[in-house]
Write a protein that binds this ligand. Structure first.
Ligand code: 5AD
Ligand code: FES
Length: 368
């Protein structure tokens, strides 16, 4: 169970600042500037990570199976109206080959991710999931956006283990503004997450840090939602403006909250959000995100892993496709082959005194 007590309990004896992980406490920590107190936050997040999920860093091979998207999210470079993007959809045998590559590289799971693409039919994805489960021992995570229960049930029956769907923000008005609904279909990602859990999926979610219009109160409330939903996986990365989108264009200032309230999309704030997420959800799988690695190529990945994260999602999409999966520009590792990325990551993980996780690395098998 996600909890606040874990984090505060051990600190009492050390006479360090208490970790009051209620709304006001989270908001204060997110705005904390004092170096000494931040060191306390970093070391407590790292201690809780080690105690609860261990030193293993689980690698999930990310396969970006399609860049088609029917949605108009104001932040996402794949949004349907981005006409200049050359779209692709991988064939089933290409997806399977990428999954096999992930397995050869020693990864325990793959994530099939795409824009919201109705060209990825229920039957097609079910067939791909069955083939991956037949030919490899990989856990399969799907991240295909908002889909019907019928599709989700079929994919679970085909063997899918987990589903990732970031709720992006817990503020309903901000969500509506940046994530327009499809005509006549209200978007309720919390409801979908809840239904997927009852279907037997491990569920993952997350938010971006510093979306225009996100206030300190909103981000504190987001982190509390992680706890309330007892999320299994939680991705928190910086918002990176894409010039193809309304939130990355010249009108960005019209979306910003007043300066004192607007959360910056910087590395420090993202790391605070990652560390606090670890404290409120000590058992969750938390990736050190590609967006963070993009913001700080030198050491973003490592800093995430040192401040609460225990998962990395290296890209195993064929390079010719992945350069076209441009959610935001300048994505880290975009031109590296899967094997080169694996070598690089292994070095980075070992340099932190950590080890590569073996096996699927699910929420309830993390100590492996
Ligand atoms: N910057 C950072 N992250 C983004 N995402 C979408 N657009 C951006 C962006 N401009 C994140 C969303 C989505 C995930 C797949 O990528 O949170 O859920
Ligand atoms: Fe497609 Fe955002 S516009 S996922």
């Amino acid at each position: 169970m996600c909890s606040a007590e874990q984090a505060s309990g051990s600190l009492g004896a050390m006479a360090l600042p208490a970790f009051h992980l209620d709304h006001a406490g989270l908001k204060a920590w997110l705005q904390e500037k004092n170096e000494g107190r931040l060191q306390t936050l970093w070391s407590e997040a790292d201690r809780v990570r080690k105690a609860r999920v261990g030193d293993a860093v689980h690698l999930r091979g990310l396969i970006e199976v399609s860049s088609h998207c029917i949605r108009h999210c104001l932040y996402c470079g794949l949004r349907g109206p981005s006409q200049e993007l050359v779209r692709y959809r991988m064939e089933a045998d290409e997806i399977l080959a990428s999954a096999q590559e992930a397995f050869r590289l020693g990864y325990g799971s793959v994530v099939l991710q795409a824009g919201e693409d109705r060209g990825l039919s229920k039957e097609f994805i079910a067939g791909v999931v069955r083939a991956i489960k037949r030919d490899t021992p990989l856990a399969v995570t799907l991240s295909l956006g908002e889909r019907d229960d019928d599709d989700l049930r079929e994919w679970k029956a085909a063997g899918a283990d987990r589903y990732l769907l970031r709720f992006e923000t817990s503020d309903p008005a901000l969500y509506k503004r940046i994530h327009p609904s499809l005509p006549g279909v209200p978007s309720d990602r919390f409801a979908q997450l809840h239904r997927m859990r009852t279907m037997g999926y491990e569920i993952g979610t997350g938010v971006m840090v510093g979306i225009p219009g996100q206030t300190w109160d909103t981000l504190a409330a987001d982190i509390l939602r992680f706890r309330e939903f007892d999320m299994d996986m939680i991705g928190v990365g910086p918002f990176l403006p894409s010039p193809r989108t309304p939130l990355g264009g010249p009108d960005i200032s019209t979306f910003l909250a007043p300066p004192k309230e607007q959360v910056p999309n910087d590395e420090l704030t993202t790391l605070k959000a990652v560390a606090l997420t670890r404290l409120v959800c000590p058992d969750a799988n938390i990736p050190s995100t590609t967006a963070l690695a993009t913001l700080d190529r030198a050491q973003g990945r490592e800093l995430g892993l040192m401040r609460g994260a225990n998962v990395v999602m290296p890209n195993v999409t064929p390079v010719e496709y992945r350069v076209r999966y441009e959610i935001y520009p300048g994505k880290a590792c975009v031109n590296e082959t899967a094997a080169a990325c694996q070598g690089c990551l292994e070095g980075r993980i070992h340099s932190l005194g950590r080890k590569i996780g073996k096996g699927p690395g699910g929420r309830y098998s993390n100590a492996v």
